[in-house]
Design a protein around this ligand. Structure first.
Ligand SMILES: NC(=O)c1ccc[n+]([C@@H]2O[C@H](COP(=O)([O-])OP(=O)(O)OC[C@H]3O[C@@H](n4cnc5c(N)ncnc54)[C@H](OP(=O)(O)O)[C@@H]3O)[C@@H](O)[C@H]2O)c1
Length: 389
């Protein structure tokens, strides 16, 4: 029996992970759940999965959950940083699924690594902000980081059984999102609803907006650089609108190995949970005769400036990826709240990066300081954009 804790159980990945656990209840059991503010959903999860410990973002939400569950329920309910730490480091769990969205996922993921838990990593922002620190800590604690992002799960599978020194390039595929074919001059006026209409994947709001701007792919380039210890120049992005080929690896002899499957996160989640084996069943099968056509196109950096900015931040390294990530988080929130337009997102990130005094990352404090600085600076830039409009 594999025992698990989930950070971000009420989100899109958390819910899919619980579906996989439910379908495989004879081999997987969840003991700890951490959510943000969704009390109703966490209550339902507690009643269904009976974890021993759960945590919410603050005391107010923890009290709401206690009231909803009633005094007959004996689940330990915690909150805040300490609560997340307890779920992440639960003695009886052997693996932690890291699926909180954004920078908030970094510290509990590091806590889990320090406690020796294997990590099924969905929270790509962890790697973007502090990939060097996270991979070094995982190495020194003897912890495996198994990718949950579908592209990285694909690359991980394509690399298995091959020599790393024979890899010529890693090809990350991207659907291109809802704006792949929208005329360029219409992009500034797209709405939040337009951006949330992803053609192939159903995901949380932030990653869906990131997919529309292709920031998501930029974050994934940096994530791949750390997960696979690869020179960033060896990672290429290719648009593949069908989202069937999840990514590819090209080897020295010209052979390209790809991983294919239906676009369903239960696939990569299962792969991480059952590694080195495979999930015994239950996943939707791919019917290539129905798909018929697989297209591949080069990315358009004019249409997707966020992709260019993220790749630049990845190449610069040091504190720049953390700054780019935080500026993106505040810009995406401002877009969702209708404070700025869609094409203001790259403007905010670009300006924050231009203002940042880059430095090498020597400790986690350097990362957290860069994150704080970029959030403050991003908000100031957003204010100026609003004043001008
Ligand atoms: N969705 C996908 O298909 C997909 C694919 C690949 C990678 N990922 C990555 O996986 C992560 C999660 O994505 P998602 O789509 O599942 O996001 P989501 O649906 O928005 O869920 C986010 C989860 O994080 C929790 N959360 C939000 N803010 C928090 C905070 N400040 N502190 C603690 N918990 C907080 C939410 O709790 P409440 O809802 O209770 O507030 C929820 O459980 C992201 O890093 C994303 O890039 C997602």
């Amino acid at each position: 029996m594999k025992t698990l804790s989930i950070l971000g159980s009420t989100g899109s990945i958390g819910v899919s992970a619980l579906e996989v656990i439910e379908q495989n209840s004879s081999s997987l059991r969840v003991l700890g759940l951490a959510a943000g503010r969704n009390v109703e959903r966490l209550k339902a999860q507690v009643e269904r999965f009976r974890p021993t410990v759960v945590a919410m973002v603050d005391e107010e939400h923890a009290v709401q959950l206690r009231n909803l569950l009633g005094s007959a329920d004996h689940t330990k309910i915690l909150w805040g940083t300490e609560g997340y730490r307890e779920v992440a480091t639960l003695r009886e769990s052997s693996m932690v699924i890291s699926a909180i969205v954004g920078a908030a996922g970094l510290l509990p993921t590091l806590d889990a690594i320090e406690a020796g838990k294997d990590i099924a990593l969905a929270n790509k922002e962890t790697m973007v902000m502090a990939g060097g620190i996270v991979t070094e800590k995982a190495r020194s604690c003897g912890v495996r980081i198994l990718p949950v992002d579908s592209e990285h799960s694909a690359i991980f599978q394509c690399l298995r059984g091959h020599r790393r020194e024979e890899v010529r390039r890693i090809i990350l595929t991207a659907s291109g999102g809802p704006f792949l074919r929208v005329p360029l001059d219409k992009l500034a006026a797209v709405t939040v609803e337009d951006a949330l209409r992803h053609p192939n994947w159903v995901m949380g709001k932030k990653i869906t907006i990131d997919s529309a701007s292709m920031m998501n792919k930029g974050l994934e380039v940096i994530e791949a650089r750390w997960l696979f210890d690869t020179d960033i120049d060896k990672i290429e992005v290719m648009i593949h609108p069908q989202s069937i080929v999840h990514s590819m690896v090209e080897y020295a002899d010209g052979s390209v190995i790809a991983q294919l499957g239906v676009p369903d996160m239960k696939g990569p989640i299962s792969y991480a949970l059952f590694y080195p084996g495979r999930c015994p069943g239950g996943l939707t099968r791919l019917d290539l005769l129905k798909v018929r056509t697989l297209e591949f196109l080069p990315p358009d950096f004019e249409r997707f400036p966020c992709l260019r900015l993220a790749c630049e931040a990845g190449k610069t390294g040091g504190t720049m990826p953390a700054v780019m990530n935080a500026a993106n988080e505040v810009a995406v929130s401002a877009f969702i709240e209708d404070r700025i337009g869609f094409m203001d997102i790259p403007a905010v990130i670009g300006q924050a990066m231009a203002l940042h005094q880059f430095r090498e990352v020597e400790s986690l404090d350097d990362v957290m300081e860069a994150d704080r600085w970029a959030r403050k600076t991003g908000e100031k830039i957003i204010k100026k954009i609003k004043e001008k409009s």
